[in-house]
Design a protein around this ligand. Sequence first.
Ligand code: ZN
Ligand code: ZN
Length: 161
Amino acid sequence: MQELGNGVSQMEAHDPAENSLFENMVRVEHDLSDVINALALLGVKRCSQCKQFFRTADPGALFENGHTVCYKCVPEWWSSMSTRLGITERERIEAKLASWLRKHHRAEVVKKTPGKDPDTANTEFQMVAKCVECAGSGKLMEGERCRFCNGFGTVRIVVPK
Ligand SMILES: [Zn+2]
Ligand SMILES: [Zn+2]
């Protein structure tokens, strides 16, 4: 009984200000998660990299593929992500990313030219992607060299500055 008595008196001695601070924090956390849920309902999502919020109504703002990444974070995210993925998964996301960049960020398909280094001076972002015309084989159906990628099987997707 004495132990219990001590426990109770210790609880009572606990600083009441500290208790109400804790209660406030719990309430704020609860409110915040309510707000994030409400934002999702309104079509606002958060970039998984920079944690900023973007409107999903703007299709060029966020690239969604299982990960949600804003346009600004895409270059860094893709350079680390592409090295970590298996080839099938990488090609799948790479194709999606390439078409998203072409659709929403004026990206152009640039074929490699033998003996010529790519000009990157006016490039905001670029990535290498499988040529969709020859499915990466470098050859067209008749066996001739694919003219869309000069037979390399890959092209550069370039977002101009
Ligand atoms: Zn971001
Ligand atoms: Zn090709």
